[in-house]
Write a new protein. Structure first.
Length: 379
């Protein structure tokens, strides 16, 4: 293995999440829990768990728009954190944009942040990565430039330390890495359209876009935009075969699964291409909440025949970091790969006016560091 990769594994071994927690316990480090704009349903369970394993938890941090929260430990408004007598050295938080929005503010206050995870679960994840280390390294070697390798290393480290500062974020808009987005005349597939914004952007590049959205609610929200920007929107999820399945409705995070609830139609891309008699496919973007590998299995003929450029979300499952590139390479060994990680852009959605005012008061951006939004680029 390369020296840099060996060094990375050594650092992860020393800095992995379980060791960080044990050090906090041993040193009785003053800690808090960051709620931000959102109170988790399981907050009391999280607080009780941290206290039960010996974490010195001395406050909850909330924003001023949250009312009537009852807690067994002191509550501090984030806006008043600088003056608080309970100022923690470390803030735990649930992996959620409503908490991560305050990461930059915490940096300015000299407060470290850790994503909350169960002690044993974090050790299981560490063992899972180590068990797959040879495959992870093979994907690392596939990446065609040093920037991709550096971002990939940071992604592995951040997933195992659960520290946002260990990640490295790209400056360009997500899916728009130079040389990897659709151009004029391309036939483009947008898997996971949500509100149609990305399909719109691809269409404005001059591509003929076929967008797929599983959620009935999201599909309806796409219709007006599809008409205005001249792209096709299909109320299907992309998968490995044609059929129907339950799905969990959760806005941008709607995903296939569950045993009850709404039912969606699914189709594999190979069948869709044949049925629509598409002359070719030049580009594929996928953000389908963990179903990316299934979709690739259902697009094998399309990918093998035309070798489209692809931008594939690679973060919904831990193994996405290595299984997606490995499978694409098995279809077409001549694919080359790059890897990037992006902040979540909340500029035009999610936040209320009151929440935006709080961010403005604290001089914080709507570009939020996150554990997700990793993209595998292929061409």
């Amino acid at each position: 293995m390369d020296n840099d990769f060996i060094k990375l594994i050594s650092e992860i071994h020393e800095q992995r999440y379980s060791r960080k927690i044990q050090n906090l316990i041993n040193n009785k480090t003053p800690c808090g829990f960051l709620c931000g704009f959102y109170i988790p349903d399981n907050l009391s369970n999280v607080v009780n768990y941290l206290v039960s394993i010996g974490v010195n938890l001395n406050c909850l941090c909330i924003t001023s728009d949250i009312q009537d929260l009852q807690a067994s430990i002191p509550i501090i408004q984030i806006e008043n954190l600088e003056q608080s007598e309970f100022k923690p050295e470390v803030l735990f938080y649930i992996d959620n944009i409503f908490h991560a929005q305050f990461s930059e503010y915490c940096v300015r206050q000299g407060i470290k942040r850790l994503i909350f995870a169960n002690y044993s679960t974090s050790e299981y994840l560490y063992d899972y990565f180590i068990q797959n280390l040879s495959t992870i390294y093979s994907v690392y070697k596939m990446l065609e430039n040093e920037e991709s390798k550096r971002v990939f290393e940071a992604a592995i480290k951040g997933r195992l330390t659960l520290n946002l500062e260990d990640f490295e974020y790209a400056p360009e808009p997500q899916y728009f890495l130079k040389g990897f987005f659709p151009k004029k005349g391309d036939i483009a597939i947008d898997g996971g359209a949500y509100d149609g914004a990305t399909a719109r952007d691809f269409s404005m590049q001059g591509a003929k876009v076929y967008a797929f959205e599983m959620s009935a609610e999201n599909y309806q929200n796409c219709l007006e935009r599809a008409k205005k920007y001249h792209f096709t929107i299909e109320n299907f999820g992309l998968s490995n075969s044609e059929g129907e399945s339950f799905y969990i409705e959760s806005g941008a995070g709607s995903r296939k699964g569950g045993n009850t609830g709404p039912v969606a139609k699914f189709i594999d891309l190979d069948t869709y291409v044949e049925r629509k008699n598409l002359p070719r496919v030049d580009y594929i973007k996928l953000d389908i909440e963990g179903a990316e590998l299934d979709m690739l299995h259902g697009a094998t003929k399309t990918i093998s025949r035309w070798k489209p450029k692809m931008a594939i979300s690679a973060y919904h499952k831990p193994e996405d970091l290595w299984t997606l590139a490995t499978y694409v390479k098995s279809i077409r060994p001549d694919y080359k790969f790059q890897f990037r990680h992006y902040r979540t852009d909340c500029t035009n959605y999610v936040l209320t006016a009151a929440q935006r005012d709080i961010l403005k008061k604290l001089n914080l951006s709507c570009l939020i560091p996150c554990i997700g939004e990793m993209v595998l680029y292929c061409k």
